[in-house]
Design a protein around this ligand. Sequence first.
Ligand SMILES: [Zn+2]
Length: 406
Amino acid sequence: MDRFFRYAQIDTQSDPASNSQPSTSKQLDLSRLLLEELKSLGLTETEIDANGYVYASIPSNSEKTVPVICYCAHVDTSPDCKASEVRPLLHKNYMGEDIILPDDPEQVIRINEHPYLLEKIGQDIITASGKTLLGADDKAGVAIIMELACWFMQHPEIKHGKIRILFTPDEEIGRGVNKLNMEKLGADFGYTLDGPELGSFEEETFSANGMHFIFYGVSAHPGHAKDKLVNAIKIASAFIEELPSDEFSPETTEGRYGFVHPVRMEGSPEKIRVDFIVRDFNTAKLHAYEEYLKDKAADALRKFPAGRFEFEVKEQYRNMKEVLLNHPEVSENAREAIKRAGIEIRQSAARGGTDGSRLSFMGLPCPNIFTGEMAFHGKQEYVCVQDMEKSLETIIHLSRIWEENA
Ligand SMILES: [Zn+2]
C-alpha cells in the first residue's frame, strides 16, 4: 500500500500525440525511481535503456534449470483523464456505502454501478480524490511486482528460477512493446500484471484489424452541378446507414461476440475516408467481417453509379490464445497459483488487446493476471488493498510452481 501511494502520486501520463520515446519524459520520473529501488533491493542486471524500459533480475536460487519467467507492468497512465496531482485516499474497513470523492462531490463511486465493491466489505479500498484518475492501472501491477522483488530478496530459502522484471512505458497509447529488446529481456515466458478483479485470469484477447474505405464522388461547381455532381459524403452516409444497428456493433455485443466499429470519418464531397476497427476472438472471422463491410459498401454505391470506392485492411494484433495453446503450462501454472492463493478463478477474455497479446506474438507467451485495479481510465477508479496482496501471493506461488515443475 505504501508503495502504491508513492507511485500513484507521480504523474506518468502518456501522450498519443507525441512522437518521442517514451511519449512523455515524466514517465521516466517513475521508471528511474523504480530502477533505484530495484538496485537497493539487491536485484541484478538492473537497467533503464534509452527507450525507457526498466529491466532487472532476481537471480535463480535453484539447482535445477528453470525457465526464465518475466513479470511485466506498465508505468504510464491513461491520457483519457487528468493525471497530475493525484491524491490517493485510503478507505479503511470499507462498509459497503457509496464512496463520495471529496475534491469533487459530484464524483460518487456507486454500489449499483460497481457491485464488485460489495465483495470488499471489511477490506481497504484506495480511490483518487475526485479530480484525477487514480492510476491503479497499472501502478497496482508495478507495486505488486516491486513487492515480489522485495519478498524474494528477503526469503532466500524459497526456491525459484531466474525472474526477470520489466516495466514498460506507453502501454495506454498502444506502443508499450514497440521498442522492447527481447534479447535483452531474455525470458522464456511472461505474465502481465494488469488485470482487474480478484482471481481474474486473461489468456485470450481480441484479434484486431484496422480497415479503411475511401469513397470517391465526382466534383462539380454546385451552381452548375445538375446531373454531374456525385457527393462522396452522401455515399459514405448511405454506407454507414447500411450497417445494422442491432448486431456486429460494440454497443450491442458483449462476451465472445465480435464487431465492426466505425471510428473516424474525414473528407469532402470529392473524397471521403471512413476508418473501422474490426474485432473478434476468432481471427478467421475478421475476414468475414471485412467481406461483410465490402458488400455493404458495394450496396451503398448502387445508388451512386458514378462513384467508386477502395479499401485497405491492416493487421493490428492477434488473440494470444493462438500462441498460448502451444505452451499450455503457462496458463496451467497460473491457474494452479491462483488456486494455491485460495482464490476462485474468474476466467475471462479481454475485449481488447494487452501488451501480452503483442508480447505473445513476439515470442514471449504472456497472459494477464489480476491486480485488483477497477473502473480504470476515469476519476472513479479504485483498487482494493487485499486484492493487491492476493495478486502478490499468486505470483509468489507461480514462481515456486515453475521451479517445482522444472
Ligand atoms: Zn493497464
